[in-house]
Write a protein that binds this ligand. Structure first.
Ligand code: COA
Length: 257
């Protein structure tokens, strides 16, 4: 148990709350570990019928902790990369996954939504995938899933420009189900999760298996990860991480391909 990730079970709904508001809910390796544990528990604990992701503070998550990217880029590799375990857990999850998103959802904050089954956004929600801004490549099988969901040119724009996709567009493009007022977000997400929790779990589990080819997604994710790790060690990525720490824009123009 870590304070940045709280997990609570009631009425068949396992609510997982990201709570590191001072760092905009940026996710560390330890936090990914706790998230992975929760998703794995959802699949094995018979009392869990639905998992609901939510976050404290003004935004869902700023994505991976950039200082941990920088450390890894410099060779400080953690003993276990829990991010891979978390991403595999949501890919393989047969438990329905609901997400309640306010404000920005950056990087994995957006790509994890492609593995969720019901996504609620607030009016101010913005989905951002700025992997190229960090000289990285998309992860979580999003280089496959996002073009599939919204089409190549829209996915390219999101990945390459890294700008926020407004909530209304995200719903229109099929990344999220609906927009709710910020004050209603948690109540409405809970209502949806509890409704799903009353349905036949056997049917939902089998339906999720039929709807998603998780083996294919895992294989794609593995090849993405290999490229991601190559990019992470690149001179361009080091420049991007240094720029983030120094609160300036990266300058890639002097780095030869
Ligand atoms: N990793 C580590 N720390 C992060 C972080 C991240 N992904 N995102 C934000 N923080 C930290 C900031 O460094 C800052 O720390 P400080 O107070 O010690 O200086 C604090 O959280 C507040 O961030 P700030 O940038 O001031 O908040 P904001 O509301 O102006 O902007 C974001 C929010 C999310 C738009 C902005 O922080 C951002 O772009 N973060 C990086 C997102 C990113 O590239 N993630 C990786 C995706 S692959």
């Amino acid at each position: 148990m870590i304070p940045e990730i709280t997990v609570e079970l009631s009425s068949g709904v396992l609510t997982v709350t990201i709570s590191r508001a001072d760092k905009k809910n940026a996710l560390t390796n330890v936090m990914y570990g706790a998230l992975a544990d929760a998703v794995e528990r959802a699949n094995t604990d018979g009392d869990v019928r639905v998992l609901l992701f939510q976050a404290d503070g003004d935004l869902f998550t700023a994505g991976n902790d950039v200082s941990e990217f920088a450390a890894e880029s410099d060779g400080h590799v953690p003993e276990v990369r829990h991010v891979a375990r978390f991403l595999k857990s949501i890919t393989n999850s047969t438990t329905p996954l609901v997400a309640a998103v306010q404000g920005k959802a950056v990087g994995v904050g957006t790509t994890m939504l492609l593995h969720c089954d019901y996504v609620l956004l607030t009016e101010d929600a913005q989905l951002m995938t700025p992997f190229v801004n960090l000289a990285l490549v998309p992860e979580a099988a999003s280089s496959y899933l996002l073009p599939l969901r919204i089409g190549h040119v829209r996915a390219f724009e999101m990945f390459a420009l890294g700008e926020g996709l407004p909530a209304q567009q995200a719903v229109a493009w099929g990344i999220a189900n609906k927009i709710v007022a910020a004050a209603e977000l948690r109540t409405e997400a809970r209502r949806i999760a509890e409704r799903i929790a009353t349905k036949s779990t056997g049917s939902l589990t089998s339906m999720k298996r039929l709807m998603r080819d998780s083996e294919k997604l895992i294989a794609h994710m593995d090849s993405e990860r290999a490229t991601f790790l190559e990019r992470l060690a690149s001179a361009e990525a080091k420049e991007a991480f240094a720029a983030f720490a120094q609160k300036r824009k990266p300058d890639f123009t002097k780095i030869v391909k």
